[in-house]
Each structure stands twice: as structure tokens, then as C-alpha cells.
Design a protein around this ligand. Structure first.
Ligand code: URA
Length: 241
């Protein structure tokens, strides 16, 4: 049997492995061995890989009523390097069709809410408590929420947000606690350990609820201002790649 020719790049990788060197391989002729940047480069690659692993794991869930009737997994949208993470309840019809969270009417309102505090999707990372559309847009059951919670926890660990905005009672109850009522718990910062990270969590009303109850928007506005202030206080960089 003929041996496969070894590419130059693979040879270099092999020899550097032998001497246990950390290098980054790039097609660019300069900075081929960028030891200074190798750490951040590696951790970004790891994050992308780990997120993809998580997506695949969720997508291979068995015997799930949500997945059975859904067209697409709805994993996330936004910037995976953002330190601001937003969690909704679960995909609706438009999200199920496009495979992206918050693209329907509630999503348009969410975009406006973000804009009101000078944010855009490219500055935040968005996901949901469950990743498949519940049939007839029903609320996910407690069992379903429990089943998806380890995925959500891992998702939060991977993004490692400094600010976590929970939209609506499903996200509030899944992440902070079952006993909380959104009308009472909203608009309060909570230092919260989630998996192996600690973050600043705040709950607010879900945009779909605000469309039904527009008089409650004034409270959502108070919450959004708190988010803006936290971003400034923590000096969160919004212009992440
Ligand atoms: N409502 C949610 O909670 N999530 C979406 O992605 C869309 C609507």
C-alpha cells in the first residue's frame, strides 16, 4: 500500500508537537507562528467547537415531543464573543422555519428594545430555554424545561456572560428558580452561579407579553436602563469580533 504524502504543514505540526511547542498555523506568510495570540486563538476555536458539539447533542435528543413536531433546531443568534446573553422561552413558527431565535414579531420588538439601549444583535448573544418549537406555541412543560436545562447551563458556561437577561417567566423560572413570579422578580440584579460560571442575571418581561400588554412596557424600559447601566459599570466591550 502506498503511503499518503505528508503535507508541509502537517510535517511542521508534527515536529512542533514533538517539542511540545504551542503554535498557530495560518495561511498568511507573516505571523505564521504567533505564540502571543495562540491562547486566544485556541480558546475561540474551542468555543466554536464546543458550541457546535452542544448543538449536535441537542439535535440528537430522542423521544422529545418538541423535536418530533419541529422543522429545525433553533440554537442561537448574535455574537458568540458577547458578554451579554439573552434567553427567551422557545421558538415560534417563524423561528422554527428559519432556525434562528426571535425573528418573528416578538423578535422585531426585541430588536427595538435592544436599540433603545444602543444595542444590536451583533453586540449580544441570544438563545432560548428550549431549542425546538413547542407544538401550537404552548409553553414548554416542566419536564421539557428540566430536560433542556443541562443544555442551557452548558450554553451559558460556554458564552460566560457578564450580563444575563432573562425574558419572561419561563427563562426566569428555569435559570433563577421555580418559585419566582416575573412581575415581582423583574428589574433586580441577582449574582448567580450557573454551572461553573458566575454571572449577573436580571429578568424582564418577554416581548410577546409586552405586545399583549403594552402598558407594561414602562417596566421593561426600567429594566433595560438597568442593563445599560450594568454594561457601562462593568465596562463591557460591545465591539467584540
Ligand atoms: N419567543 C421566544 O421566547 N423565543 C423566540 O425565539 C421567539 C419568540
Amino acid at each position: 500500500m502506498k503511503n499518503k504524502p505528508i503535507s508541509n504543514n502537517n510535517k511542521i505540526k508534527f515536529y512542533h508537537k514533538l517539542i511540545n511547542n504551542e503554535v498557530i498555523y495560518s495561511k498568511n506568510s507573516i505571523n505564521r507562528y504567533d505564540k502571543m495570540n495562540s491562547k486566544s486563538g485556541n480558546s475561540l476555536n474551542n468555543k466554536v467547537e464546543e458550541l457546535e458539539k452542544l448543538r449536535k447533542k441537542i439535535n440528537s435528543i430522542k423521544n422529545c415531543e418538541l423535536k418530533k413536531s419541529a422543522n429545525n433546531i433553533v440554537f442561537s443568534d448574535g455574537n458568540l464573543n458577547s458578554k451579554i446573553m439573552i434567553i427567551g422561552e422557545g421558538p415560534g413558527a417563524n423561528e422554527d422555519k428559519e432556525g434562528k431565535p426571535f425573528v418573528g414579531r416578538a423578535g422585531k420588538l426585541l430588536d427595538k428594545m435592544l436599540e433603545s439601549i444602543k444595542l444590536h444583535r451583533k453586540n449580544v448573544y441570544i438563545t432560548n430555554v428550549v431549542n425546538f418549537r413547542p407544538p401550537m406555541n404552548r409553553r414548554p412543560t416542566d419536564e421539557e424545561i428540566k430536560r433542556y436545562l443541562p443544555f442551557l447551563t452548558r450554553h451559558i458556561e460556554l458564552i460566560n456572560p457578564k450580563v444575563l437577561l432573562l425574558l419572561g417567566s419561563t427563562a426566569l423560572n428555569a435559570v433563577i428558580g421555580d418559585e419566582m413570579v416575573i412581575s415581582k422578580a423583574r428589574g433586580r440584579w441577582e449574582r448567580k452561579k450557573i454551572g461553573n460560571i458566575v454571572t449577573n442575571a436580571i429578568a424582564s418581561f418577554h416581548p410577546a407579553f409586552l405586545m399583549r400588554q403594552p402598558d407594561q412596557k414602562k417596566y421593561a424600559w426600567e429594566d433595560l436602563k438597568m442593563v445599560r447601566k450594568k454594561i457601562l459599570d462593568l465596562k463591557i466591550n460591545l465591539n467584540v469580533e
